[in-house]
Design a protein around this ligand. Structure first.
Ligand code: ZN
Length: 103
């Protein structure tokens, strides 16, 4: 009986106030990122696995949807005018192909 005897912790309520977006941000801050330079400037880029693609995003490259379950990349300015957190909050999800094609 693996589950029944585990006491429920009061410190982790079922409805946590932190949104999954916050968890997302944590993952991005601590995750493995690389820096790529595009015409618009330097970007921090992180791959999103198919399993982690749980939301639909609008790709800035082609304006089409990045569907749930499709591996793609998330990119944000590494040298932008805003604070790191603000740039991270303004991150965009791209089709891997569109990001590669971005000059
Ligand atoms: Zn695209």
């Amino acid at each position: 009986m693996p589950r029944s005897n585990r006491p429920r912790s009061r410190r982790t309520p079922d409805r946590a106030p932190a949104s999954d977006d916050a968890l997302d941000l944590d993952r991005l801050r601590s995750g493995l990122k690389r820096t790529e330079v595009k015409r618009a400037g330097a970007f921090s880029v992180q791959s999103v696995s198919a399993a982690a693609a749980v939301k639909v995003y609008s790709c800035p490259g082609c304006r089409a949807e990045v569907p749930i379950g499709q591996a793609h990349v998330v990119a944000w300015r590494a040298d932008g005018p805003m604070s790191d957190d603000a740039e991270l909050a303004a991150r965009r999800h791209w089709h891997s192909y569109c990001w590669r094609m971005e000059p």
